[in-house]
Write a new protein. Structure first.
Length: 185
């Protein structure tokens, strides 16, 4: 039988009952008790351009709708916008919304979380930068990653070719000015 290590800084059982009530947002009455109002609030937040862009990037990278919906619902509860039961009630509607938005962007989002893809879950904490996006994309959607990588390489090769063609012929060739190069003339 394995015992958990006792953390010296851990609070004793019942410590939370001695804290000041109402300290956390979820300990106060929620802003939205009606699921319809809570759903309207969440969808309004998801339609903000920066949040919508981040959500679509995560969906395109292969993060499932299930994961995103769970994060959105939990975050709303933690911030005191609605209760846990309201969060559970609005989850299906948020999932349908995200699925529809993904289809409008031109891809079919993954609905369910695969237990083998646990590593990228930490990437959903904040804003999705390009490095995080491509790391998640490589793990969860390797076909799209390879296609995007090949397209970027193709564009880079074309750019190098264009620069080589437009090289200035008027520029005089540089003559080495060092003492050692004088013997080559």
């Amino acid at each position: 039988m394995a015992f958990d290590k006792i953390t010296p800084l851990a609070a004793p059982p019942g410590h939370s009952l001695t804290d000041e009530p109402g300290k956390w947002a979820w300990e106060r009455p929620p802003q939205y008790a009606d699921p319809d109002q809570a759903l309207d609030f969440v969808l309004d937040k998801l339609e903000e351009p920066s949040r919508r862009r981040d959500m679509m990037r995560m969906l395109a990278a292969g993060i499932s709708i299930e994961e995103l919906v769970s994060q959105v619902a939990f975050k709303g509860f933690m911030q005191g916008f609605y209760t846990p039961d309201v969060a559970e009630l609005i989850k299906p509607s948020i999932a349908i919304y995200l699925y529809h938005e993904g289809l409008q962007e031109g891809f079919e989002p993954r609905m369910m979380f695969d237990q083998a893809d646990e590593e990228a879950k930490d990437e959903m904490a904040g804003e999705v930068d390009d490095v995080s996006f491509f790391r998640i994309l490589k793990q969860r959607n390797p076909e799209l990653f390879n296609a995007m990588n090949e397209e970027l390489n193709k564009q880079e090769r074309l750019q190098v070719e264009m620069m080589a063609k437009t090289k200035q012929p008027d520029m005089p060739e540089e003559i080495p000015q060092s003492f050692l190069a004088m013997g080559d003339r």
